[in-house]
Design a binder for this molecule. Structure first.
Ligand SMILES: [Zn+2]
Ligand SMILES: [Zn+2]
Ligand SMILES: [Zn+2]
Ligand SMILES: [Zn+2]
Length: 316
């Protein structure tokens, strides 16, 4: 359940040019009309364009009202698609392009050996060097500890991973999921019993030994993106250390997404948060919104009480 997944649903934007009718204004000129683009009054003896219940004084003004494709920069006459988080608008031609694996925007990007496509924008800060990745990890861990109060002291093994590695490590069979990071915790539990002088058992204590915490993050992610994936995985580490045993995936992933969201807010990167906020996924998106509601209503202390309750619930 430590997967990050994003669903990209789109709002389809259609311009039916057939309905952009040209009227002879003098037939219906009762009230003065205003051009929706230039806001000038349309003289009653002039023809104008109506599209989607809006009036335009000229073809130029109508064209200016059409959305600009984020990818090719041209205005689209034939509709297109808005990403749900409004990170892009793509014309039908550009929608055919392969999507950047990191930002999901269709692009003429570079093709990585494993088949992923990376757009020019994401390529600029993509992290592939393990040493650089480790220093980014250390930096995020410090920021989490000192600025967000989410810190643990045990060693955490950190490594970049290819999609194939990440998929194997996470042990899922789904092909729908877009995995970007993984937190793995393992511990051996040893039962030690105490006995009295006759050798009778008087009690039993569970000792955890050989605890290991590992975080893997997908390689080639752009730096800012990698940072919040790390923040998400560190939130799992913190929760495991303080509130073990929570099984509800919406609480686990919702909390991790909430911490990643706070991390982005701390850096004033609200554009990165739109995807978290609008994610329609029932675990990640709904979980995030549930956790945020609790935090906004009861504060972080209240959220901790909720986690405490969830953790105890499963230990019975
Ligand atoms: Zn997660
Ligand atoms: Zn106009
Ligand atoms: Zn385009
Ligand atoms: Zn990209």
């Amino acid at each position: 359940m430590n997967l990050r997944k994003y669903c990209f649903f789109y709002k389809i934007f259609l311009i039916l040019l057939g309905t952009a009718c040209v009227f002879a204004a003098h037939l219906i000129a009762e009230e003065p009309l205003r051009c929706n683009t230039c806001k000038k009054l349309i003289p009653s003896d002039r023809e104008y364009i109506v599209s989607q219940n809006k009036c335009y004084c000229s073809r130029e003004c109508f064209v200016q009202s059409l959305p600009v494709c984020t990818i090719c920069g041209k205005r689209s006459f034939t509709g297109g698609i808005y990403a749900l988080d409004h990170s892009f608008f793509a014309c039908p031609e550009c929608m055919k392009k392969p999507r950047c694996f990191a930002c999901q925007i269709p692009a003429d990007g570079q093709k990585l050996p494993d088949g992923r496509v990376l757009c020019p924008g994401c390529t600029r800060t993509a992290v592939v060097d393990p040493v650089r990745a480790q220093s980014i990890f250390n930096e995020v861990r410090d920021e989490m500890r000192f600025s967000l109060g989410i810190g643990t002291n045990h060693p955490i093994f950190f490594s970049l991973a290819t999609p194939e590695m990440l998929h194997k490590l996470s042990g899922t069979r789904s092909n729908f999921i877009n995995e970007q990071g993984l937190f793995k915790y393992e511990a051996e539990v040893e039962r030690v019993s105490t006995r009295d002088f006759l050798g009778r058992k008087t009690g039993e204590t569970l000792y955890k030994k050989g605890e290991t915490s590992r975080i893997y993050v997908l390689d080639y992610l752009p730096k800012l993106h990698m940072q919040y994936v790390i923040a998400h995985e560190l939130a799992h580490d913190w929760m495991t250390a303080h509130y073990p045993g929570i099984r509800d995936p919406a609480v686990k992933e919702g909390f991790a997404e909430y911490i990643a969201w706070r991390y982005n807010n701390f850096h004033k990167r609200s554009s990165l948060n739109r995807r978290i906020e609008t994610n329609p996924d029932p675990v990640y998106g709904e979980g995030f919104r549930r956790i945020r509601r609790i935090a906004e209503r009861d504060g972080f202390e209240g959220l901790k009480r909720y986690l405490e309750f969830k953790s105890k619930q499963n230990q019975k």
